[in-house]
Design a protein around this ligand. Structure first.
Ligand code: ATP
Ligand code: MG
Length: 312
């Protein structure tokens, strides 16, 4: 496809992320339905040479062919955005699905795990690409029952631009990543483990059992430097603090106060990893799989390819 904005007819808004918006569009010359993602992030101060470099790097996506990876139709500049056109998935992302229907059956969660591991293995073995942003909103489904991953870090320049613009922080980030260590495929395995617990429990895992308490997933993604200041913690007395830590997880809202993102990052680094709980509710193979994704030591954690052999 030789994509131009004039040839794309907007059909429906599919969602908003931190970096821009995603729309269902029709490429009118060919009647092809696509998802168009317009990203503002890069444009804040990217030079024209950098933008062109990003476009060149995005072309690697033309060579990504796997049933577990969203197909790429093309990318173009449409000032002030960079637009990426990709395969449209008619059932949307897994975060949207579980927020609508509740916790996802563990047998389906195992299919999700399989698709993500296959996708990660393909990206790494064939293209030496690390995904860097595994989370339920980047795992998409269609009515054929296919599960595919999207939004991977194919462009080094794009990653640099985003890093220059934002403090790249995500609540799906592995302990080693939070501590500034090298990103590896194993960091994606951690993010997969967190995502699987979220799907199986129907709530973000770093939270108490009350579903209402849990929505730090709104916090996911990047934070601008301006939001890095701690929220006020006026009524966080000893009792509420103890209360907040009463279960294995940690409440994000103690006495009506949202746990700060920095506390959460500290928690990920210092506390035991979350688990599929309560014990016995899920098959042993599922518990074991999630535990092995969430080994805090990246040297002990296995790669996506190794994990494909696990019983789960
Ligand atoms: P973040 O910006 O933190 O990464 P996000 O992944 O939700 O969050 P976007 O990548 O901009 O943000 O996507 C927004 C929403 O658009 C997604 O949650 C998903 O529901 C929908 N979406 C994205 N790509 C597609 C696609 N190819 N087909 C169908 N829906 C899509
Ligand atoms: Mg996304």
């Amino acid at each position: 496809y030789d994509l131009r904005n004039e040839d794309l007819k907007d059909l429906q808004e599919l969602g908003q992320g931190n970096g821009g918006s995603v729309k269902k569009v029709e490429h009118t010359p060919t009647n092809t339905i696509m998802a168009k993602k317009a990203s503002l992030i890069v444009l804040i101060d990217a030079k024209p040479s950098i933008r062109k470099q990003i476009l060149r790097e995005l072309h690697i996506m033309h060579d990504c062919h796997s049933p577990y990876i969203i197909s790429f139709y093309g990318a173009f500049l449409s000032d002030p955005n960079i637009c990426i056109c990709m395969e449209y998935m008619d059932k949307g992302s897994l975060d949207g699905i579980y927020k609508k229907i509740g916790a996802i059956d563990i047998d389906v969660v195992s299919k999700v795990a399989l698709a993500v591991l296959e996708g990660l293995t393909y990206l790494y073995d064939v293209h030496r690409i690390i995904h860097r942003d595994i989370k339920p909103s980047n795992i998409l489904c269609n009515s054929q029952g296919q599960i595919k991953i999207c939004d991977f870090g194919v462009s080094g320049e794009l990653i640099n631009s985003i890093a220059d613009t934002f403090v790249g922080t995500s609540t799906y980030m592995s302990p080693e990543r939070i501590q500034g260590a090298q990103y590896t495929v194993k960091s994606d395995v951690w993010s997969l483990g967190i995502s699987l617990i979220e799907l199986a429990l129907g709530r973000f895992p770093f939270a108490d059992s009350e579903p209402d308490d849990s929505d730090l997933s709104d916090f996911e993604g990047t934070l601008s430097p301006g939001t890095m200041g701690l929220p006020p913690k006026k009524d966080q007395d000893k009792t509420s603090k103890k209360d907040r830590r009463k279960s294995r997880g940690v409440s994000l809202q103690g006495g009506g106060m949202m746990m700060s993102i920095l506390e959460l990052l500290q928690h990920i680094v210092n506390e035991p990893a979350p688990r599929l709980t309560p014990e016995g509710r899920f098959p042993q193979a599922a518990e074991d799989f999630v535990d092995s994704c969430l080994l805090k030591d990246p040297d002990a954690r296995r790669t996506p390819k190794d994990l494909l052999a696990s019983p789960f």
